[in-house]
Ligand binder design. Structure first.
Ligand SMILES: CC(C)(COP(=O)(O)OP(=O)(O)OC[C@H]1O[C@@H](n2cnc3c(N)ncnc32)[C@H](O)[C@@H]1OP(=O)(O)O)[C@@H](O)C(=O)NCCC(=O)NCCS
Length: 238
């Protein structure tokens, strides 16, 4: 196992991965790398930001591993592009499973995969390459295929399949046995109870604006609210 790694990316996801690897893994981050045109600062987290075009000359794949630390932009395409480019340069891509995630020894995980803190992965789950599970639940016998992103608190129930490049938004729920076809985006908070069409976007009803101000809500009435409400003596502040 290669212990020194280069992170691809220099945005929030790369900083978070640097933190994870530094505090919760055997790996040491040596540098960040992005395409030359995207280099804004020469250093990040006290480490060099090197051009991706020539990274193999500075941090050779024989000596360094790599982790592509990019979020779900372009429906995971940006992360996938860099994943394939890193492999073509000969890098071994590492995976990270948080010590604060709940997983079982039978778990099958591909390369360049992150399972972040708070994730719960049931037994009999298979997770492909270049997947991010950013704190969600994955039910028993489910399959998460390559290049997917499961956002915080997303729930994928048992025997579901998430096909490649799909994004499951925060707090979204995929019911058991449902197949999310490839390249779908499930918006934050949506519940999907039937298998989906490829490349489709599904959203639920967003929150409604209530026609009163927060000052006018009962929640601002002073304690003991329950007792006062039962006695019918609540007063509203404007
Ligand atoms: C679905 C999503 C990808 C669409 O993003 P977008 O391309 O920027 O789309 P827009 O914000 O322009 O929204 C398009 C329409 O969908 C609606 N919409 C977008 N997201 C929605 C959601 N989660 N729930 C309900 N409606 C939503 C918008 O209100 C808008 O409706 P309108 O055309 O009637 O005004 C995005 O809103 C989303 O849910 N992303 C997931 C975020 C997330 O989970 N991040 C995880 C970080 S770990």
């Amino acid at each position: 196992m290669m212990e020194k790694v280069v992170l691809v990316g220099a945005a929030d996801m790369a900083m978070i991965c640097h933190f994870y690897l530094t505090h919760d893994s055997p790996y040491e981050v040596a540098a960040f790398t992005v395409d030359r045109d995207f280099i804004k600062e020469e250093t990040l987290c006290g480490l060099p930001v090197a051009p991706f075009e020539e990274i193999e000359n500075i941090y050779p794949p024989d000596d360094y591993g790599m982790l592509v630390a990019i979020s779900f932009s372009r429906a995971n395409r940006t992360r996938a592009d860099k994943y394939f480019q890193a492999k073509a340069k000969g890098y071994e891509l590492i995976s990270y499973i948080s010590s604060k995630a709940v997983t079982w020894p039978d778990l099958v995980v591909g390369d360049n995969t992150l399972i972040c803190e708070g994730s719960v992965v049931n037994p009999f789950v298979r997770i492909g390459n270049n997947v991010v599970i950013a704190g969600g639940f994955v039910g028993h016998h489910s399959v998460i295929e390559d290049h997917c992103f499961l956002a915080a608190n997303s729930v994928v129930l048992g025997r579901a399949t998430i096909e490649p490049y799909s994004v499951i938004g925060a707090n979204a729920t995929v019911l058991d046995h449902v197949v999310i076809a490839r390249e779908c985006i499930i918006g934050a908070g949506a519940t999907v109870n039937r298998s989906t069409k490829e490349k489709a976007v599904y959203v639920d009803t967003p929150a409604e604006l209530l026609a009163k101000s927060s000052n006018a809500l009962n929640t601002l009435i002073t304690w003991p609210r329950g007792e006062a409400a039962r006695a019918g003596s609540l007063t509203k502040e404007e």
